[in-house]
Design a protein around this ligand. Structure first.
Ligand code: C2E
Ligand code: MG
Ligand code: MG
Ligand code: MG
Length: 280
């Protein structure tokens, strides 16, 4: 009889916890299988100018359709992968597939910059610089067409080493973005000391922007900071026109979100890219 928070304080062994444990192991094994058998694929979401609506970039997001359980969201399987070395394989897979897709679009005359999420483990352990250099070389992609998204938290444990890796990537010409900015152990020192090109404002700020004056002030301040440090700024999770108006007032001129497009399968995204480049 496990009571929730504020219960009697007694908490007996809860059978559901052992289920959780086993299903986690199952999930890990099945994810490993999916990874090696082509069960994972990518979707793509545009990043848009809030001024013109033009597509200014693209983020690759991994997807897993389980043969029995159906669609399993990244928030469920990424943490499982992160608890084992599986996340290293997953990140490598996404980098490889993302670059392959980008090269194909380029061959078709479709130009975009592609952002890929990199886990903290990959930044710390893997030879990320070598990995990226090799991948760009094999697919003949200009480094400036690739962006890597890292979270603040992945910079905490070993800032000096992370900085060195990011420095190397930046020298190569790869763009570095801080994902989910404002939710982790953000520190202004990070922005000052680390080679970073772009800040992605976390969705929680955007959610509150219509109702909360404090959030608007925070975004305003981050906007000023980004400008003075010459960092690009983008808002994630933009869902309404009102949010766009507020963001523009706060000095944020780029956004990514369902208002513009949900993440799309490659074929659908190709169509979106074609349409947007025809308009220009
Ligand atoms: P993220 O990198 O911050 O990605 C943005 C998430 O917000 C995506 O969820 C996207 O589908 C969702 N999103 C975009 N616009 C909107 C919006 O307007 N409204 C709402 N409600 N959601 C929006 P997704 O694809 O479920 O991914 C969740 C997280 O999983 C990502 O957050 C990222 O941290 C991680 N992830 C996804 N793909 C990968 C990957 O290939 N590698 C790694 N290491 N992590 C990944
Ligand atoms: Mg991201
Ligand atoms: Mg994000
Ligand atoms: Mg996020």
């Amino acid at each position: 009889l496990a009571k929730g928070n504020g219960g009697s304080g007694y908490k007996f062994f809860d059978e559901s916890e052992s289920h959780l444990f086993y299903s986690k192991l199952d999930l890990e094994n099945e994810l490993r299988k999916a990874l090696s058998q082509g069960g994972l694929h990518l979707e793509f979401q545009p990043q848009n100018s809030l001024v013109s609506g033009d597509i200014v970039g693209t983020e690759a997001l991994v997807r897993w359709y389980h043969p029995v359980k159906g669609r399993i969201p990244p928030v469920e399987f990424i943490p499982v992968a992160e608890e084992s070395s599986l996340i290293l394989d997953l990140d490598r897979y996404v980098l490889e597939r993302g670059c392959r897709q980008l090269a194909q679009w380029h061959r078709e005359g479709l130009d975009t910059r592609l952002a890929i999420n990199i886990s903290s483990a990959q930044l710390e352990k893997g030879d990320l610089l070598g990995l990226v250099r090799d991948c760009l070389g094999r697919h003949t992609i200009k480094a400036g067409r690739l962006e890597l998204e890292i979270t603040e938290n992945s910079l905490i444990r070993n800032p000096a080493e992370a900085a060195a890796t990011l420095q190397g990537l930046q020298e190569l010409g790869v763009n570095i973005a801080i994902d989910d900015f404002g939710t982790g152990y953000s520190s202004f020192a990070l922005l000052k000391d680390l080679p970073i090109n772009k800040i992605k404002l976390d969705k929680t700020f955007i959610d509150a922007i219509e109702t909360d004056a404090k959030d608007r002030k925070i975004i305003n301040t981050i906007g000023e900071l980004a400008r003075s440090l010459q960092l690009q700024l983008i808002a994630e999770g933009v869902e309404t026109e009102t949010q766009v108006m507020r963001l523009l007032e706060c000095g944020c001129y780029q956004g990514q979100g369902f208002l513009f497009s949900r993440p799309l399968a490659a074929a659908d995204y190709r169509r979106l890219l074609m349409e947007s480049q025809l308009i220009i």
